[in-house]
Design a binder for this molecule. Structure first.
Ligand code: HXC
Ligand code: NAP
Length: 293
């Protein structure tokens, strides 16, 4: 067995209807593919309908599942409501909402216009709020239980990060929403969890976070103790578990899957890794010599 293998048993998501925002590309597409393989029906939504239609067709051919492409800009509540009505009229009900859509780019914060900052907050935080409120109210009104919301955040939701400040601000809000509603809406049969991925190569993220020759200059694997980037299947395995009934007792959790990246960045003395093995004899002797005095 390898981390690139599929983890859950066949049929693990049979009977589940899932909405994946931003499901036409990147990690959303990979999670959608695995959900379909496990027997779920999946609606994928984003701004670009043609991209969604192509993805849905490809995934239906590859998996034999049912994938419904629906245009919806998560920044607009009326579009989210319309998307919800369309999914319900096609599938009958929705069991899982996966808030995965995002916008992001690197920039010194002082170079950002007010609109640039708002754009990221609107997609990530307001978009997640719009979808969560729309589906949450629907589940409450119809007394529909055993539902799950899974939010994709990132590790700088709690550490913060320079040069991606709107994204860090918005993801922190999404994490607070996850934990808050895990308590408040549990009584309505809803679970709320989050995944904080480290670096997983996607075109959307790499074009905006590692533009030009930054990819070559900043070897991202050097930031990761496990010395590699993530594989889409290992993220899909975790997401499938968190939206399945196997995780029925998990609520309010954020699961980090980053090869140890954020802890390496956080530890004050982590840079001592650069000290060659043979130098430790000299350093130890120096410290011990001071102890005797
Ligand atoms: C400064 C910029 C800019 C840049 C856009 N703007 N790009 N400002 N530097 N590089 C400004 C624009 O000038 C404008 O402000 C405002 O932002 C909105 O830009 P638009 O192009 O009109 O917005 P829109 O078409 O809605 O596109 C949104 C977007 C774009 C976020 C700017 O990148 C996008 O569509 N992204 C979606 C996919 C994505 O970002 N995927 C990566 C997710 S990765 P003004 O003032 O001029 O009107 C991720 C990883 C997290 O989240 C963790 C990694 C470890
Ligand atoms: P991606 O392919 O660019 O995915 C982002 C998706 O969001 C796109 O499909 C995009 O589709 C959609 N989207 C953007 N704005 C939208 C809007 N206003 N309304 C609806 N949909 C919108 O990038 P990704 O790397 O797979 O990112 C997926 C998630 O993982 C994001 O939440 C991201 O923050 C998170 N993440 C990624 C990494 C990583 O290393 N890749 C690390 C940590 C966290 P349209 O353009 O068609 O709208």
């Amino acid at each position: 067995m390898a981390y690139t293998d599929k983890m859950l048993r066949d049929g693990a998501l049979e009977g589940k209807n899932i909405v994946v925002t931003g499901g036409g590309s990147g990690l959303g597409r990979s999670m959608t593919k695995y959900f379909l393989e496990l027997g779920a029906k999946v609606a994928i939504t984003s701004r670009n309908l043609e991209k969604l239609q192509n993805t849905a067709k490809e995934l239906e051919e590859e998996t034999g599942g049912t994938c419904l492409p629906l245009q919806c800009d998560v920044r607009h509540y009326d579009q989210v409501e319309a998307m919800k009505e369309q999914v319900i009229s096609e599938f009958g009900s929705v069991d899982v909402l996966l808030n995965n859509a995002a916008g992001n780019f690197i920039s010194p914060t002082e170079r950002l216009s007010a609109n640039a900052f708002d754009t990221i907050i609107d997609i990530v935080l307001k978009g997640t709020k719009n979808c969560t409120l729309s589906f949450g109210k629907h589940w409450i009104d119809t007394n529909y239980k055993k539902t799950t919301v899974l939010n994709i955040v990132t590790t700088y939701a709690w550490t913060g990060s320079a040069y991606v400040v709107p994204s860090a601000t918005a993801k922190a809000g999404v994490l607070a929403m996850t934990r808050s509603l895990a308590v408040e809406w549990a009584k309505y049969g809803m679970r709320f969890n989050a995944i904080a991925p480290g670096p997983f190569p996607t075109k959307g993220a790499w074009d905006r976070l590692l533009p030009g020759d930054l990819k070559e200059k900043l070897d991202i694997t050097k930031q990761v103790p496990l010395a590699r980037v993530g594989d889409h299947q290992e993220l899909a395995n975790l997401a499938a578990y968190l939206v399945s009934d196997f995780s029925a007792y998990m609520n309010g959790e954020v699961v980090t899957i980053d090869g140890g990246e954020w802890l390496k960045g956080a530890g004050e003395f982590n840079m001592l890794e650069q000290i060659p093995e043979k130098m430790w004899d000299m350093l130890e002797a120096s410290i011990r010599s001071k102890n005797k005095k």
